[in-house]
Design a protein around this ligand. Structure first.
Ligand SMILES: Nc1nc2c(c(=O)[nH]1)N[C@H]1C(S)=C(S)[C@@H](COP(=O)(O)OP(=O)(O)OC[C@H]3O[C@@H](n4cnc5c(N)ncnc54)[C@H](O)[C@@H]3O)O[C@H]1N2
Ligand code: MOO
Length: 411
């Protein structure tokens, strides 16, 4: 059978696609920090103040001058005068001198003169106004210095960093209540096919509900984009062209599903080729599922033509939509992708010369995680919906063997 498409290796396809994208020019907006959680910072954030702002204790105990405790032990305790208590949330109005101690609580401010804290466990009440210290402490022990976490003026967070829960907390610790973040890029999503109908409709014989517009919208949201659905195009070239044009004009990128392979009714490549320079960069990838995928850049905007089969659309979509959205948001991508190592439960055959992806379900035994491949047809969404993750059989491999350690990726 003749091969209709000129197939490109997945890595090369991604490289070619990304290298044709112009530098990102993300739109910005200022939001209250909590509303911005999960978004990407649009500008660098500098420290306004030192953190912590005062010298504080990390334990409950007694604030002292370290030198006063030297030589103290269980058998030879040192007696000290208790000169006060550091009240939480207030600056102590007394000093700690040689041979003196002050009651202090975790997070309390050290009184002037004190430079260490003895943990309560190593002290005992002696006579009224006196404490028995049974352990020596060194200077700075059980104390956090002002500015130990953050120095004023220091670069705290770089543009492109995601607002994780820790970043949200960090910003609030500086009293920063609003941040400039990247507006989610708008990703136009267009389904196509005469047989595809709205999911709320009852399909007639031969019709299928539109799965892809919705599964891909969820994928776009997960990676930080704003999905904008442009309905279902018929297989008429004028209809598809008009919808693709308006989607591209209104959005920062376009994803079309179906019509990607090489039969006469597969219009996507033709339409994308006409939509601007340089046009189609890749049509056909050495991958299963998803061989007929199209990658294009049209007058500076990326466009992806995904296969109509729902599993293919999602698997390949995650490989190319994610880096595309990360690029559009100016997101830093230096951190490696998280995956789980698991042992393969059964031999998994694959054709050398094609990178193959299999959904897997995960279970655990006493030696760790086991990945059970799900053998599937790419038209059937529940093969993927029921899976816990995906494994990759590399391009040059003739399958994987039972017991082999694999990396499980999560969609
Ligand atoms: N002779 C060949 N035929 C096919 C080849 C090939 O190499 N030679 N490749 C196959 C592969 S692999 C795939 S993938 C599909 C790709 O087809 P298209 O992208 O052109 O998509 P369609 O043919 O229109 O649809 C495929 C399948 O998916 C269903 N579909 C489409 N859109 C949706 C949607 N939004 N939601 C749910 N399901 C959808 C559609 O009804 C078809 O069943 O080509 C193979 N053929
Ligand atoms: O590659 Mo098709 O995407 O196998 O179903």
């Amino acid at each position: 059978m003749p091969e209709f498409l000129k197939l490109t290796a997945p890595d090369e396809a991604l490289k070619r696609f990304m290298s044709h994208l112009p530098a990102a020019q993300p739109r910005r907006e200022t939001l209250p920090v909590l509303e911005a959680a999960g978004r990407v910072l649009a500008s660098d954030v500098y420290a306004l103040e030192a953190l912590p702002s005062f010298r504080r204790s990390t334990v409950d105990g007694f604030a002292v001058q370290a030198s006063s405790t030297f030589g103290a032990s269980d058998s030879l305790p040192i007696y000290m005068n208790v000169v006060g208590e550091s009240q939480m949330g207030a600056e102590p109005n007394f000093k700690v001198g040689k041979g003196q101690a002050a009651v202090i609580h975790t997070g309390g401010m050290l009184p002037e003169g004190a430079n260490a804290v003895v943990m309560m466990e190593y002290t005992q009440e002696a006579r009224a106004g006196e404490v028995e210290v049974q352990r020596a402490v060194s200077v700075g022990e059980n104390v956090i210095e002002p500015g130990e976490d953050v120095k004023p003026g220091e670069l705290l967070l770089e543009a492109g960093k995601e607002l994780s829960p820790a970043v949200v907390g960090g910003l609030m610790s500086q009293g920063i209540a609003e941040v400039e973040v990247v507006k989610p890029p708008r990703i136009g999503i267009l389904s196509s096919g005469d047989e595809v109908v709205d999911p709320l409709q009852v399909p007639l014989p031969g019709q299928v509900r539109d799965v892809n517009s919705y599964s891909l919208s969820a994928l776009v949201q997960r990676f930080g984009g704003e999905p904008v659905r442009f309905g279902i195009s018929s297989d008429r070239e004028e209809d598809m062209r008009a919808r693709a044009r308006s989607a591209m004009d209104a959005c920062d990128a376009l994803v079309i599903t179906a019509g990607s392979s090489a039969s006469v009714r597969d219009l996507t490549a033709r339409i994308l080729a006409e939509m601007g320079e340089p046009g189609v960069l890749v049509h056909g990838i050495r991958i299963r599922p998803g061989k007929p995928t199209i990658l294009a850049v049209c007058d500076g905007k990326p466009a992806i033509g995904l296969p109509g089969n729902p599993v293919s659309a999602l698997v390949v979509g995650s490989l190319f939509i994610k880096p595309m959205i990360y690029h559009l948001t100016g997101r830093k991508t230096t951190v490696p992708v998280a995956y789980l190592q698991a042992r393969l439960s059964t031999n998994t055959p694959s054709q050398a010369g094609k990178e193959e992806w299999f959904p897997v379900s995960l279970r655990q035994d006493e030696r760790g995680w086991i990945a059970e491949p799900i053998f599937y047809k790419s038209n059937l969404i529940f093969a993927l919906a029921k899976a816990d993750g995906l494994i990759r059989v590399p391009l040059d491999a003739n399958g994987l063997e039972a017991g082999q350690v694999v990396e499980v990726y999560f969609l």
